[in-house]
Design a protein around this ligand. Structure first.
Ligand code: AHR
Length: 506
């Protein structure tokens, strides 16, 4: 008999709405994310602007609605003016973040045009590393001002008559990190971010702003950085950023599978810090969180930016993801959704090739990594409101995060259709886990539409160009409503599960 985890599904009790921006992704000028990733003029499916049609199809299928651009560390040395105007006149630059040659073949207008074609909302970052207030407000004016000023008329001259209307802006990237070009102390960054944000909003009062939080929760300044930055920027910004990457260390898979527990604590710590600043200021506004970089990244295998050969379009951090990695990505998605009351924005980093759900070969194939599937399924089915779920059941003792629940789950409810979606990960590496959920209130009487599961006899199985569909979600049989009216399902070891319920048709 597998061990059992139990919880209650009752649409009366919700955490908050699922902001569609939780299903964001990230395109950085890094490695092959842009060049030969989304953009590859020689590719047989390329459109007139050189963007790959096969990748566009996969991006649509992934279901992301928001894309952050152009960095990442890249943005901290970027001159956005290099990437606009006639392509032939654009300079080749040495990108210090990744020691790459940036041709500037793709820039602001090309990216925003691509995003618009795919129905994606852009989230643009400004350079607060080597640049500042003036370049930032000029970029907002170039993008969003209708016309009749030097910067907006330049955009029109560059062939874009209608303003791009970019609503969401990041005030720099990971400015607390010593690796960042133009790294700053919290005091230096806070002042600059507040003034840059103010000027950007003077250009376009409708924009929303994200201040940089810590690069990760292990930074020595974590906590104090958030407090000091918010003390200076509280009135100007809407969101504070969080970044986290997870990997398996020294064969400690139990902790790796419990990465969501770390992410959950990290979110709570940042919420507490933001609310402390709110209390001290007597402010009304709550700062929301933008988890604008998250993923599995085998960073220990990365030689470090200082050890990279200078190249154009190098293959950088093209991690190949396994079934276990997909379960962890699923668990991180569950964590973000469970915190939907405060996390409004989240970006899987990155979109193509660079630690990405989509892989491509230059001029050749494109395929879905294992991690593509949990993201695409959550974006498609986990919409509406997040319900409160408190599971009881077996637990796992992990070296890094202590005692964690074997079941990681979240439930969403679409009020209009009545559909319920249960996302669940079984963290146990050996045993299946039985899930039992009592259906109460408006959930009572629902039927099972389907149970899709991603798991494999080999938890290290991956998708490759030669075998792109080695790992795909499959239908699981046996999931049913018990005589007592509860949902009952069995989750294989190390698995990602989507169980869809709908009201009975009367
Ligand atoms: O996503 C890769 C890099 O990770 C980003 O450029 C940076 O912001 C983070 O450290």
């Amino acid at each position: 008999m597998p061990h059992t985890a139990r919880f209650v599904i009752d649409p009366e009790f919700s955490v908050g709405d699922v902001d569609p921006r939780l299903y964001g992704t990230f395109v950085e000028h890094m490695g092959r994310c842009v060049y030969t990733g989304i953009h590859d003029p020689g590719h047989p499916t390329a459109d007139a602007d050189g963007f790959r049609g096969d990748v566009a199809e996969l991006v649509r299928e992934l279901g992301t609605g928001l894309v952050r651009y152009p960095g990442g560390n890249f943005v901290s040395g970027y001159h956005w003016e290099d990437g606009v105007g006639p392509v032939a006149d654009r300079p080749r630059r040495l990108d210090l973040a990744w020691r790459s040659i940036e041709t500037n073949r793709v820039g602001t207008n090309e990216f925003l045009g691509w995003a618009r074609q795919l129905g994606l909302d852009p989230m643009m970052a400004v350079n607060l590393g080597t640049r500042g207030i003036d370049a930032a407000r000029a970029l907002v004016e170039y993008c969003n001002h209708p016309g009749g000023t030097a910067w907006s008329d330049l955009r029109v001259k560059h062939g874009v008559s209608d303003p791009h209307g970019v609503k969401l802006w990041c005030l720099g990237n990971e400015m607390d990190g010593p690796w960042q070009t133009g790294h700053k102390t919290a005091t230096e960054y806070g002042r600059l971010a507040a003034e840059a944000g103010k000027a950007m909003r003077q250009v376009d009062p409708s924009i929303e702003l994200v201040a940089c939080g810590s690069s990760n929760s292990r930074m020595p300044t974590f906590g104090t950085w958030e407090r000091e930055v918010l003390e200076q920027t509280y009135d100007e910004v809407d969101y504070l950023s969080l970044h986290a990457y997870y990997e398996e260390f020294d064969g400690d898979r139990a902790s790796f599978l419990a990465s969501g527990a770390h992410m959950d604590q990290y979110i709570r710590d940042v919420v507490s810090t933001a609310d402390h600043v709110r209390a001290v200021r007597g402010a009304k506004k709550h700062i929301k969180l933008s988890f604008d970089e998250w993923n599995v990244w085998y960073a220990a295998r990365f030689p470090g930016e200082r050890n990279l050969e200078t190249a154009e379009t190098p293959r950088l951090i093209e991690d190949t993801y396994s079934v276990t990695d997909a379960a962890v990505v699923g668990s991180l998605l569950i964590t973000l959704l469970r915190n939907a009351d405060r996390v409004a924005i989240a970006c899987l980093a990155q979109l193509v090739n660079v630690i990405a759900p989509i892989r491509t070969e230059p001029g050749g194939a494109s395929w879905r990594q294992t991690t593509f599937h949990p993201f695409a399924q959550a974006a498609r089915f986990a919409t509406g409101r997040v319900l409160r779920t408190d599971a009881t059941g077996p637990r796992i003792d992990t070296p890094q995060y202590g005692d964690v629940s074997t079941l990681d789950t979240v439930v969403t409810h679409d009020e209009e259709s009545g559909a319920l979606t249960v996302l669940a990960v079984n963290r146990d590496q050996e045993q299946p886990l039985r899930l039992e959920a009592a259906l109460r209130g408006a959930a009572a009487g629902h039927r099972v539409v389907e149970h899709l599961v991603l798991s494999d006899q080999d938890p290290d199985a991956v998708n490759t160009e030669a075998e792109p569909d080695r790992v795909v979600p499959r239908r699981s049989s046996g999931t049913h409503i018990t005589a007592e009216g509860a949902l009952a399902a069995e989750l294989p070891p190390v698995s990602w599960n989507v169980i869809r319920l709908a009201p009975q048709v009367s």
